[in-house]
Design a protein around this ligand. Structure first.
Ligand code: PLP
Length: 374
């Protein structure tokens, strides 16, 4: 059966060069980076070179990159540490964050005397910056945690503007950049972000590895205790093959960024154009522009068809998503769309189509033809 993967916000295919790199490390570099003998030293050098490579792509210093197991872990660690180690009394976030932030905040509120304020989200899915300033003007030790690119709608936060507002009010700023790292330029030397979370499997790297950026000078304590790995900040023997794969994937993503962004941007325009021709009455959920690889589209179909669409597309070998990855298959409306759509639209079928440079116009034609038969 023909297989078409249009769910690149959920995860991405690993680049062949990354697989080769990882296989080489698994075959030849099995030493424990904490061992002092030559096997260990060799692994340690791969670890540190990977850190340098990753830091360079984002204009950060190597010591500001801490390896974790995923974006979720990075988010958990940063949010928890901000309260515990930086004595933050309030976190400002939004209702459209990923559950890796939202559910963490709920748990932290049970453990700590933590105030959580949610900044208003406009109808187009963007953050109300005036409200953010208003919230920040109430003087309290605060961390702002707002995602860079929304994983469901593709809405983009102006990182520079947000970081500067936070600095103006003396608040820390964390951004969940899981959907944007490797897909757009981020200059951490220019933008005064304090913390950033990233995950390799979203930029054509392996699963089970990510990193946290922690600005130099900010002292956090570990969330996982044990050995001295990652300068004692994240105990546990490092997954060298994953880390080397992540570094390779990020380097390649930035090397090919311009070409691949052009391919994807053109594919997205084609997709929207075709949807417009064949399904007039469609709507784009979120801000019309959105990030170049994500389109969240409300289809002018009967409500009854909502649950059937994904199933029908899956039967034809097409992978797309309804809401975020972890919610596809569930009948609960996505918490992000629930924030920005009105009661009647929320019941209508919306699809998140997320593209990569591996996709083609033929695949989009196949999607359109398949949707016509639903
Ligand atoms: N944050 C965002 C915005 C995401 O899209 C995801 C994955 O869907 C995560 C966090 C979680 O990342 P990971 O799968 O690496 O834990």
């Amino acid at each position: 059966m023909k297989k078409v993967y249009l769910d690149n916000a959920a995860t991405t295919a690993i680049r062949p060069e990354v697989i080769s790199e990882m296989a080489m490390v698994m075959q030849q570099e099995f030493g424990n980076p904490s061992s002092t003998h030559s096997f260990g030293r060799s692994s340690k050098s791969i670890l540190e070179l990977s850190r340098k490579t990753i830091a360079k792509q984002l204009h950060a210093a190597a010591q500001e990159i801490i390896f974790t197991s995923c974006g979720t872990e990075s988010n958990n660690w940063i949010l928890r540490s901000a309260i515990r180690d930086l004595k933050v009394q309030r976190i400002i976030s939004s209702k459209i964050e990923h559950h890796a932030v939202l559910h963490t905040l709920e748990e932290l509120q049970k453990e700590f005397a933590l105030a959580v304020d949610y900044v208003k989200i406009k109808r187009d899915g963007s953050v109300d910056m005036t409200h953010l300033s208003e919230l920040l003007s109430q003087n309290k030790p605060t961390l702002v945690s707002l995602m860079h690119v929304n994983n469901e709608t593709g809405n983009v936060l102006d990182l520079d503007k947000t970081a500067r507002i936070c600095k103006q009010y003396g608040a820390y700023f964390h951004t969940d950049a899981v959907q944007s790292v490797g897909k757009t330029e981020i200059d951490l030397q220019q933008i005064p972000i304090d913390f950033l979370s990233a995950s390799a499997h979203k930029f054509h790297g392996p699963k089970g590895v990510g990193f946290a950026f922690v600005r130099k000078g900010i002292v956090l304590q570990p969330m996982i205790f044990g050995g001295e790995q990652e300068k004692g900040l994240r105990a546990g023997t490092e997954a060298i093959h994953n880390i080397a794969g992540m570094a390779k994937a990020l380097k390649l993503s930035y090397q090919h960024l311009e070409t691949e962004r052009n391919i994807i941007t053109e594919l997205k325009s084609y997709l929207i154009e075709q949807i417009g021709i064949h399904f007039p009455g469609y709507k784009i959920n979120g801000c019309g522009e959105g990030f170049y690889n994500i389109a969240n589209i409300l289809l002018p179909f009967d409500e009854q068809k909502t649950i059937m669409i994904l199933f029908n597309l899956d039967m034809k070998g097409i992978a797309v998503s309804r809401g975020s990855a972890c919610q596809s298959g569930s009948v609960k409306p996505s918490h992000v769309l629930a924030e920005i759509l009105d009661e009647s639209d929320i019941r209508k079928p919306s699809l998140r189509i997320s593209l990569s440079h591996y996709n083609t116009k033929d695949e989009i034609d196949y999607l359109i033809e398949s949707l016509k038969t639903v």
